[in-house]
Design a protein around this ligand. Sequence first.
Ligand code: ASP
Length: 406
Amino acid sequence: MRFNLVTQIFTAFVLAVILGSIFGSKIDFLQPLGDLFLRLIKFVIAPLILSTLVVGVASMSDPKQLGRIGVKTIVYYLATTAVAIIIGLGVAFLLNPGKGVDLPAENAAVPEAAAAEPQSAVDTLLNIVPVNPFEALATGNILQIIFFALFLGIAITMIGEKATPVLRFFEGFAEIMYKITGIIMRVAPIGILGLMAPVVGQYGLSVLLPLLKVIAAVYIACVVHALVVYSLAVKTMGKMSPVTFFKGIFPAALVAYSTASSAGTLPVTMKNTTENLGVPKRIASFVLPLGATINMDGTAIYQGVAVVFIAQFFNLELTFLQLLTVVLTTVLASIGTAGVPGAGMIMLAMVLNSVNMPLEGIALIAGIDRVLDMMRTSVNIVGDASAAVIVAGSERETGTQAEAVQ
Ligand code: ASP
């Protein structure tokens, strides 16, 4: 059954590429199918995070365990993001994507969103605490929902007996949300066709050609990062074969590629991670929503490549100190990037600002952002899943993963 769905999703993907290439923008009429699928997976996000995380936290009888899992997750997220940006910079310096590029003048306007000032670090931190948890749920603010759910779960454990009915409610509710996700996934192939075909139709070769090296640099760095860093991490720390890992997370990676949204892919990432990779729900429900919000390795890679591209395009030398600043600000920028399409490009402004590089640079690659976004989003969610595997492995809770994938 699962094999069938994966094959179907992949077939839809290939079909979308073929149809998009043949029919160009005429294929746009399929877009509503993609939008429908996106809306369907988005509508489970807030209730899914809330219910599964409350249950997850409440089932950790030992508060120390919660703290331990939190620390491991965050350390892993930060470390892999730093490695990602270094790989991004490295590949970019090898390929020199910005040398000899001649871009048409119409690309020269800075996209309005990118020119906006990103939030300060203090505001970002303060903003994690919701003034109204129901507003957080209503607007789908993931970090605020996580905050609310953590508190609810902890308080439920502290109260004990009297809070049991509430816990039971959330347990049942979480199961329902998992079920709904499963039902929605059955239409994923149609949704992916509807999302991908118009994208392929829109980006003819002529748009991509001058920037082919940028695309190649981002894609190569993403593949290297996934194959080297995640393989090593899941093998050594998660005690899982990388093949098992990539096979298990593949459907979510394809959904991420088609939607360019880690937040939007979250229900699928959770489903794959728990069902295919054997990560316990209580760990997945903490590690993954957090990852979809703060862990963006693909975005960090993209920002690294973009900085080198822009510097080369404008003939600017990057000093070692500047590179170091880029690494630091990119880690922060990728944390601050929302898991929605195009967010990484907006946060690029913060990175460019930190080394006094021209924001106009963003406009140069804005035209191909979607193509880069799809790849970086896939890496973003695969990174989240690898964290879930290694945290579960270190807590010795992936014992059944091998059977789960068979
Ligand atoms: N689209 C990416 C994501 O959702 C964020 C980005 O634009 O880099 O993960």
